[in-house]
Design a binder for this molecule. Structure first.
Ligand code: HEC
Length: 149
């Protein structure tokens, strides 16, 4: 290992020794920790990564959107159940809870619901996220008028 000569002329001897390896290992470990930590941060999705839903693909609230909230292993309704956290996403309750308070029909990007989905900037880590395809469905459902269909 090459020694680096400091401004005052003294060698920074640890660069020659095994300590360099130790320091490198610590830096790598630190980087790893920071990297893993950043995974817990639910960032807002870039518009570009959200797939387009073809115009002719029908999106129904009852069969395409509402069921996304109460799937086994991905249950929004553990918290969003009218008692713990709003909006209430339980089947039969979700539509009236979402529109118009959390969803502005025709404007997904301006809707708090779309802006804070797990996978797209949810406030807390819930251990799972919606996929980009599911987020895209919700986006198009809102942009197409957020119908109760
Ligand atoms: C473990 C509990 C928990 C789960 C599970 C959960 N959330 Fe949340 N959610 C919260 C909490 C807590 C907040 C509010 C945090 C705050 O007020 O800052 C929140 C906020 C939100 C908001 C923002 C509401 C607002 O006031 O603007 C949306 C939208 C949302 N959650 C959607 C979902 C969806 C969709 C799912 C399932 C895919 C889900 N959440 C799963 C706890 C949860």
């Amino acid at each position: 290992m090459v020694a680096i000569r400091a401004v005052n002329g003294k060698h920074l001897t640890f660069f020659k020794s095994g300590r360099m390896t130790t320091i490198l290992k610590r830096l790598i470990a630190l980087g790893f920790c920071l990297g893993s930590y950043s995974c817990y941060y639910d960032q807002a999705l870039e518009e570009a990564v959200i797939p387009d839903i073809p115009e002719d693909q029908v999106i129904l609230f009852s069969t395409d959107i509402e069921p996304l909230f109460s799937r086994s292993g991905k249950q929004c309704t553990i918290c969003h159940n009218g008692a713990v956290q709003n909006p209430d996403l339980r089947e039969g309750k979700a539509y009236n809870s979402l529109v118009p308070e959390y969803v502005t029909a025709g404007d997904a990007s301006g809707s708090p619901f779309y802006q804070h989905l797990p996978g797209n900037n949810h406030a807390i880590d819930v251990g799972f996220t919606l996929s980009v395809e599911e987020i895209a469905l919700i986006k198009s459902w809102i942009d197409r008028g957020a119908k109760n269909n």
